[in-house]
Ligand binder design. Sequence first.
Ligand code: NAD
Length: 312
Amino acid sequence: MVISIIGAGAMGCRFGVAFAEAGAQVWLYDVWQEHVNQMNANGLVVEDGVGGERTLEVNAVSDISRMPVSDVVVIFTKSMYTMDAITKAVPIIGRDTAVLTLQNGLGNIEAIREATGNNPVIAGVTNYASDLLKPGRVELKGSGVTKMMALDEGARETAARLVGLLCAVGHNAILSDDVLIDIWEKVAFNAALNTTTAITGLTVGGVGSLSESRQLLFDISSEVVMVAKAEGINASESHVHGIIESVFDPEMSGDHKTSMLQDRILKRNTEIEAVCGRAVQIGKKHGLKTPKLECVYALVRVIECNYNKICL
Ligand code: NAD
């Protein structure tokens, strides 16, 4: 199976390594030339998070024309670059190529459909984590579960094969019964945790340390769940609240700096539109009020638009 990862950052490398170690022919595409050069010169160094490291030879490229038409194209950029990434990947997308997204946020599936037309799409979520420490070096973090589901009949077998490849290397992967619920519940979680950590500069445990701030997290996620329900997606408020409640413990993710907080620290664009903006818009379409979601959305936007003017 030929699998091409578009966006070979932290997660693209993590999944690229898993698929390669399970026997697939993997291609890693990225626009970051220094990272691509480093991987080609010295391999991709994988820190396993528990003190070990290994180096893999990889096919890393920054020129799509060097890549073969693939069985599966995996989009693993941040969500604001999905349209650009999938558009770039069109030359390696054949008639039967399946496109997989495990990215966070809303709108990735729609962008993939818009750019590819009739290609089968597989969507999913993962709570595995990783960091790209520097060019050519990735750190795998924690454990979790990856869920995916073919959104089109034509990709059912491919989705099952991808799950099989991941499981073969010890990655906990399963086929989802209803991936839109999984995606919206993760959006509800991220809309609460990512925004509040980015606004306050606190870790996950930090924003969960006061009953008032915990209530805010629950309220934001409840607004997203309400929007999901209006879209006909049966997301569960109590499920999302339970997950939020579980991550404050330092043994879980209490010390974690969310990706949006890391983006703020490094003054990078955030995934705010996919994680909040789109849910706000969909809520408006249904005539719903989402005041707390709109508030954190506006605050992250104003921070992101004014990185160089922050007085702290
Ligand atoms: P990342 O920034 O580490 O990697 C993204 C890569 O995409 C970068 O190397 C960047 O150079 C590249 N890129 C940007 N624009 C591109 C383009 N147009 N074409 C090709 N490559 C392009 O991001 P990440 O942390 O790997 O996150 C990827 C997605 O996975 C996000 O949606 C994120 O929310 C989600 N996610 C991340 C984690 C995590 O622990 N890192 C966990 C779960 C989900």
